[in-house]
Design a protein. Structure first.
Length: 130
């Protein structure tokens, strides 16, 4: 079964970078450019993991987390927060909202993969899937 990852970030380049990181694995990487679209995509597609930006227009990462945690259908979805902001109060806020891990931009591909692998199964694609 293909693992579903939702990348929610207002930067299309960041979303593409995340998709590239998971390209060698049996993963479907879905994308959304703000928290509202990210929440809608979560309800529709039920991803196994969300990689969520903190600062976004329309609905930021904390707003999306609050919506996720308030909806029993998707409240237990695993989330890694990806942001340029490492202020301790932000880390504490997202931790209280159930973020499973935190990654600072710019990120290292191997670090992201390591954090994701703790939360979901990353199965390499077979040569015929590439």
């Amino acid at each position: 079964m293909t693992t579903k990852i939702l990348s929610v970030d207002d930067s299309s380049l960041m979303r593409l970078a995340i998709a590239r990181v998971f390209a060698p694995y049996d993963c479907l990487v879905l994308q959304a450019e703000d928290g509202e679209k990210g929440f809608a995509a979560t309800v529709e597609h039920r991803p196994d993991l969300i990689i969520l930006d903190y600062n976004m227009p329309v609905l930021d990462g904390v707003g999306m987390l609050r919506k996720l945690r308030g909806d029993p259908q998707v409240a237990r979805t695993r989330v890694i927060m990806l942001t340029a902001n490492s202020a301790p109060e932000i880390v504490a806020t997202v931790a209280r909202l159930g973020v499973r891990d935190y990654l600072i931009k710019p990120f290292d591909d191997e670090t992201l993969l390591g954090k994701a692998a703790k939360l979901i199964a990353l199965v390499p694609k077979t040569p015929t899937e590439s």
